[in-house]
Ligand binder design. Structure first.
Ligand SMILES: *Cc1c(COP(=O)(O)O)cnc(C)c1O
Length: 386
């Protein structure tokens, strides 16, 4: 089976991890700060906080922004559930904004329209999570203008997008948002096994997220309520968590990061090759906005169901049967039972649901060979034109 995504682990990665195992620190050593500094430098952010997953990063990002009971978090339905769940963790309510049918990202026009209504009804969101689906950045400038006008905060869920660019600058530099989150799960662009990171240019947000990552405990005198009892002293000043990344993970991350730009370039070359090889098939190819340089975590095609005799499910199953490890990203979050219990219904976000009825993620990862890619294309052709 050719998987839809997989990690690339080199001997240098293995050596880096083994070195940590033989060192004094398996956690809370020098490599986590080094990884943070390298990612921050690479993307052009002031602060970076490494954590044990992007889900944890989203949680502490929402908390640092003050999201709580009585507040609203808005995001796109076409994302992994974590982009929405982080609002629920904070006791806030979640709502969604439908997607742009060209980019499959949250639609700024739909957002503007929903904000106008929400303002009249007195239920404006406190936080918007903008998800860069497949690695293609959202229209961040338009989102930022709306954030200024309506006074909400913006988190970029860039789990798919490290190494990508918006308006020719790296995603993560925070030009149009408060906090950006990356994921280092093995299917993503670079990996630390499990792992994530939150980036910000705001000193206060960085300080709060650092506290929340580690039990709300500090050894920093300026954050304490009174003078230290002695050199052993620490204070818990907030209710935090243990969301720390280990040194093993950070070592892997530092090593992987040296290949990030090559990885993204390779993903672009493969995506372009798919574009050419699939151009005559009854599928819609992933349209790219000229302002964006995608991280290309995913290559999603949409079946033109009126041009073929098979259903979406039949095409998917036929590809899997023939060894092509396709996937679907994502089942719209508002159609999940947990969200339907809150009152969301099928039909609430029609563009997202239509996308879901047609979308298939083809294999795309840095070590995918042209021969494997040709096999994917030939199999798809065989299935669609059968
Ligand atoms: C993978 C992913 C997450 C969660 O990442 P973890 O590191 O696995 O917690 C969140 N949002 C999106 C869009 C993702 O793809």
């Amino acid at each position: 089976m050719i998987p839809y995504g997989r990690q690339d682990i080199t001997q240098a990665d293995i050596d880096a991890v083994v070195n940590v195992l033989q060192s004094d620190f398996l956690t809370q050593g020098p490599l986590v700060p080094r990884f943070e500094q390298k990612v921050a430098q690479h993307v052009g952010a002031k602060h970076a906080l490494a954590v044990n997953s992007a889900t944890s990063a989203l949680h502490i990002a929402c908390m640092a922004l003050g999201l709580g009971q009585g507040d609203w978090l808005w995001t796109t339905p076409v994302t992994f559930v974590a982009s929405a769940n982080c609002g629920l963790y904070c006791g806030a309510q979640v709502d969604f904004v439908d997607i742009d049918p060209r980019t499959y990202n949250l639609c700024p026009q739909a957002l503007a329209a929903k904000l106008a209504v929400a303002e009249r009804e007195g239920r404006l969101p406190k936080v918007l999570v903008a998800v860069h689906l497949c690695g293609q950045p959202c229209d961040m400038q338009a989102i930022n203008e709306l954030a200024q006008r309506y006074g909400f905060k913006v988190i970029e869920d860039a789990s798919h997008a490290i190494g990508g660019k918006y308006q020719r600058e790296f995603i993560g530099n925070g030009r149009y948002s408060d906090i950006t989150v990356f994921s280092f799960h093995p299917v993503k662009i670079i990996t630390t096994a499990e792992g994530g990171m939150a980036l910000t240019n705001d000193d206060t947000l960085a300080e709060r997220m650092a506290l929340l990552r580690s039990h709300g405990v500090t050894r920093e005198p300026s954050l304490m309520t009174h003078a230290a009892h002695g050199p052993w002293y620490y204070q818990q000043v907030e209710l935090g968590f243990n969301y720390r990344m280990t040194e093993l993970q950070a070592a892997l991350g530092v090593s992987q990061l040296t290949r990030l730009d090559d990885y993204v370039a390779r993903r672009h070359a493969l995506a372009q090759r798919y574009d050419e090889l699939l151009s005559n098939l009854p599928v819609s190819l992933p349209w790219q906005h000229p302002d964006s340089y995608s991280g290309f975590h995913l290559y999603v095609i949409r079946l033109q169901l009126d041009q073929i005799t098979m259903t979406h499910r039949e095409v998917f199953e036929a590809l899997r049967d023939k060894g092509i490890g396709v996937n679907v990203h994502y089942i719209p979050v508002h159609t999940q039972p947990y969200y339907q219990q809150m009152g969301f219904k099928d039909g609430d976000f029609p563009q997202s649901e239509e996308y879901y009825r047609e979308a298939i993620s083809l294999p795309l990862f840095q070590t995918l060979t042209h021969q494997q890619q040709d096999q994917v294309v030939a199999t798809l052709e065989e299935v669609l034109l059968a």
